[in-house]
Structures are given as C-alpha cells and as structure tokens.
Design a protein around this ligand. Structure first.
Ligand SMILES: NC(=O)c1ccc[n+]([C@@H]2O[C@H](COP(=O)([O-])OP(=O)(O)OC[C@H]3O[C@@H](n4cnc5c(N)ncnc54)[C@H](O)[C@@H]3O)[C@@H](O)[C@H]2O)c1
Ligand SMILES: CC(=O)N[C@@H]1[C@@H](OP(=O)(O)OP(=O)(O)OC[C@H]2O[C@@H](n3ccc(=O)[nH]c3=O)[C@H](O)[C@@H]2O)O[C@H](CO)[C@@H](O)[C@@H]1O
Length: 428
C-alpha cells in the first residue's frame, strides 16, 4: 500500500520505518528541509542506535523522505501537538495544517490516521472537518481514525512493534481499515475503541495515570523525610503487596508527554481535581530539591551547585520540560530576600549553577564537562538517571569538590560508595 507519513520527527520517522520495513511503499513528508536532507544522506536525527539502524534498513527498502506531501492510499499524521500555556489549550495548528495538506491530495477510498496525541474530540471535530474541505464526504468517500502512539523513548523499536494499540474510527469502517493496516505490523493486541474520541481519551488517561502515580511517590518521599525514613525502602516494601505498584520519586516529571497530556485530558471538562493536584506535586519537586540543598548547606548564598542531568530522564538526549533544567532555573532565580530560600538574604550572591549531561548536545544550554562542573562545587545534584552517572568515581569527585554533599534525586549512585568517599548522601 502507498503511505504518506506527515511529520517525520521522532514518532513519524519510526512509524514510517515500521511500515516500510513491512513491505509498504512509504514517503515521509516533513517541511523541515534540513531534517529531510540529513535523512537522505543517511543521517537520521536520533541518538538511539537501534532506531537509527531500523530507519536505515527502511531506507534501503525504499522509505523516501520528502519535503512535499504526496498522494497515497493512507495518510498518517504524526505532527507536533504542543500545549499553549497562555491559552491553556492544545495548539492544533500543526494538525490543521497537516489536515489541509491531506485534503488537497485526498481521493475516494483513502484512509487518514491521526497518531499525534490530542485532546478528546480532535479527530472527529477538528481533523475531519478540515479533511471535508476536499469536497469528499467523511465516512462515505474516505475513512478517518485515531491510533495513538504509546512508545517509550529509549525503547522505541521494541515498543513500536510489541505494544498493544488502541484504534478508534469516526465510523466502523474507518476503524476496520486502520486495524487492517496495523494488525500485520503489530505483535501486541489491537483493541477497537468504540470511537476515535474514546481512543484519544484512553491515550491521555494512560499518561495521566503515570503522572498521578509518580506524584504519589513524590509525595511519599516528602512525607517519609518528615519521619526520617527512606522513601525508596518504604516503596520497595510496599510494592510486595499483590495490588500495590508505586513508581519512583524523583526531581520532577519531564518530557513533552506526561506534563502536558493531563491538561489535554481536562481541556473540555471541569472535573480534573486529583490529576491537577498531581501536576502541582510533580512541578513542585524542583523547589523541594532546593529546600534539601539549603538544609544541607545552611545557605545557598553564592553556592556552586553541579546539576548533573539536563535530559528529561535517563539515557535520552531530549531536554523538553527537563526537571534538571527546571531545577537550574529555580536555583538561578533565587534572589536576596527570596522567601523560598531564606539563606539567600540581603547582600546575598546568586547561586552558581553548573550543568553537565553526557547525552545532550545543545548549543542553547551552557553545558560543562563533568570535571568543570564538579570543581570547587558546594553540592552535587543528580537530576537524571543516566547509566553514566552510576560510573562516576566518588573518590575522584571528592578530590574535585570543595564540599562533599550529593543530592541523588534519582537514586542513581551507589550510596555506600559515596558515603565511604566522605559525602553527605541525600536521596528522595
Ligand atoms: N516523542 C514521544 O515520545 C511521543 C510518544 C507518543 C506520542 N507522541 C506524540 O506524537 C506527536 C509527534 O511527536 P514527536 O515527538 O514525533 O514530535 P517531533 O517534534 O519530533 O516531530 C514532529 C515533526 O513534524 C514536522 N511537522 C510540523 N508541521 C508539519 C506539517 N504541517 N506537516 C508535516 N510535518 C510537520 C516537524 O518538522 C517535525 O519534524 C505529538 O503529538 C506527540 O505528543 C510523542
Ligand atoms: C504511560 C506511559 O508510560 N507513557 C510513556 C511516556 O513516556 P515518557 O518517556 O515521558 O515516560 P517516563 O519514562 O515515565 O518519564 C516521564 C518523566 O517521569 C519521570 N519518572 C518516571 C518514572 C518514575 O517512576 N518516576 C519518575 O520521576 C521521568 O524521569 C521523566 O521525567 O509518555 C509517552 C508519550 O506519550 C508514551 O508514549 C510512553 O508510553
């Protein structure tokens, strides 16, 4: 079948490769000319080695990057759906633009599938009317379905094939056609949702569930500290119960899915309560780490803090809504007299934040080498659970810092080893 994937960023690239590797004739359209040129030269924009291999294999099988959309039997839309903070709503501009491009190419008998994460109702009430501008009748002349993507960054090539998929259409035939497309390339089970809106709702519920569960762990971490006990020991023990599965506390929840999707879920409902509280708890973790640093150091006045980890989570290079960067911003924003940090008082000197991340290359982020960030530091914070951080030699770190305090917000380090090297080791 001829497929046109609209948007070959992280999700579209992998999805296009999936179908090309399974015998489909796939064009990957993206308006980002540089991205397309790099891909044509065999340089997919990813640091995940297995995804890179998977994409190169697909290109050998004819997966074709393009700066123009093309006619196809099936159009797959994988464009960004950012959250407009000011409007408090999902920004649907990319979906609408992609819909118009599809409408210009649409033929009777085509299928259009939206993979992007969207607020409930988008496929039926936003995308389908745009497609109808083609003059064709939705449901009669062409099919429209939502198949949300659920891959976990860092494990994409496995989850792309093995995850279950939820598919909902604007009508039964739309769902049938989308299921027929995905079934042969999916090892997981395909579940038919009653309609596209339910499929959208389910995707958002999965991410809100995880966000709430992490918020519960983060709240437990704060409560456990009030009792002078280790939250991770307590959570590990609690999880021995057959119906309890608490996640891990950390410096906050980042990425462009979990911190946003709960707001998509509540976009046209006034009933979010617990989900909203969870967002507040998770966003509050950077302030909590600042409080921990302050209580360890006594003062943050002029403190040199090494923040290790600006990726939003371990072993990835994505910095969107990164807890490490949020912590850095919070530390850098402390001003004399600031109530959040009583120790940075009148006449205080700003905090010197040093950022280091072995996975991230970003000209916009002032990153330093590990040694440069540790040299003369008053405290170290581990804010992403990169495997590389577990290999940092605590004796060497001890020889570089001026004060041996480490706040291991992701419990990545060997606590005993760092304590033996003379560090005051604090975790969440
Ligand atoms: N990244 C993830 O882990 C993940 C997982 C599940 C779902 N999603 C969802 O998938 C969607 C895409 O996310 P992503 O991470 O791939 O984003 P991305 O930013 O990596 O890629 C999106 C691509 O779309 C292109 N684009 C923009 N406008 C376009 C248009 N009108 N037509 C064609 N292409 C256009 C951009 O140039 C970009 O290359 C989002 O809705 C996201 O929430 C992402
Ligand atoms: C339901 C679900 O699984 N959805 C996944 C999620 O992918 P993700 O990469 O955003 O998810 P996480 O790995 O959970 O990380 C998010 C943040 O939470 C922190 N964290 C995590 C676990 C924990 O116990 N304690 C924490 O503090 C972590 O450090 C990071 O900052 O959304 C994608 C897009 O929709 C989905 O496709 C993908 O399936």
């Amino acid at each position: 079948m001829k497929l046109c994937v609209h948007g070959i960023g992280y999700i579209g690239l992998a999805t296009g490769a999936l179908f090309a590797n399974n015998g489909h004739d796939v064009v990957g359209y993206d308006p980002d000319e540089e991205l397309v040129a790099e891909l044509r030269e065999g340089e997919p924009r990813t640091t995940e080695d297995d995804l890179r291999e998977y994409v190169l294999e697909a290109m050998e099988k004819g997966f074709e990057p393009s700066t123009e959309p093309v006619e196809a039997d099936c159009h797959l839309i994988c464009v960004p759906t950012p959250y407009d903070e000011d409007a408090g709503r999902a920004d649907m501009a990319y979906v609408e633009t992609a819909g118009r491009a599809v409408a210009d190419l649409l033929k009777p008998g085509d299928t259009v599938i939206l993979e992007s994460t969207v607020p409930p109702g988008t496929t039926a009430d936003v995308l389908t009317p745009v497609l109808a501008e083609s003059g064709l009748t939705p449901g009669e002349d062409f099919s429209v379905a939502h198949c949300p993507e659920t891959v976990l960054p860092g494990n994409i090539t496995h989850e792309l094939v093995h995850n279950d998929r939820i598919i909902g259409g604007i009508d039964a035939e739309s769902a049938d056609r989308a299921i027929a497309l995905y079934e042969p390339v999916t090892e997981g089970t395909i579940h038919r949702a009653p309609n596209a809106t339910t499929a959208e709702f389910v995707k958002l519920s999965q991410n809100a569930y995880r966000d709430v569960n992490i918020a519960f762990a983060n709240e437990l971490a704060r409560v456990a500290a009030d009792y002078g006990i280790g939250s991770r020991d307590a959570i590990d023990l609690a999880n021995n119960h057959p119906r309890v599965d608490i996640l891990n506390p950390g410096p906050g929840v980042g990425g462009h899915c979990l911190p946003i999707d709960p707001w998509f879920l509540g976009q046209s409902s006034d009933s979010l309560d617990l989900v909203e509280s969870a967002r507040r708890v998770n966003d509050g973790m950077s302030e909590y780490v600042v409080e921990l640093l302050e209580s360890e150091l006594g003062t943050l006045d002029g403190a040199r803090i090494a923040v290790l980890g600006v990726a939003y989570k371990g072993n990835v290079d994505d910095t969107r809504r990164s807890p490490g960067l949020r912590l850095a911003e919070t530390l850098s924003s402390l001003r004399p007299g600031d109530q959040r940090a009583s120790a940075v008082t009148d006449g205080g000197t700003e905090v010197d934040v040093r950022l280091h991340d072995p996975h991230v290359e970003d000209d916009g982020i002032p990153l330093r080498s590990l040694d440069d960030s540790l040299r003369d530091a008053d405290a170290i914070v581990i804010s992403a659970d990169h495997d590389a951080f577990a290999d940092i030699d605590p004796e060497r770190a001890a020889s570089l810092v001026s004060n041996r305090v480490v706040v291991d917000a992701t419990a990545t380090l060997d606590a005993d080893g760092w304590r033996r090297a003379g560090f005051e080791y604090v975790s969440l």
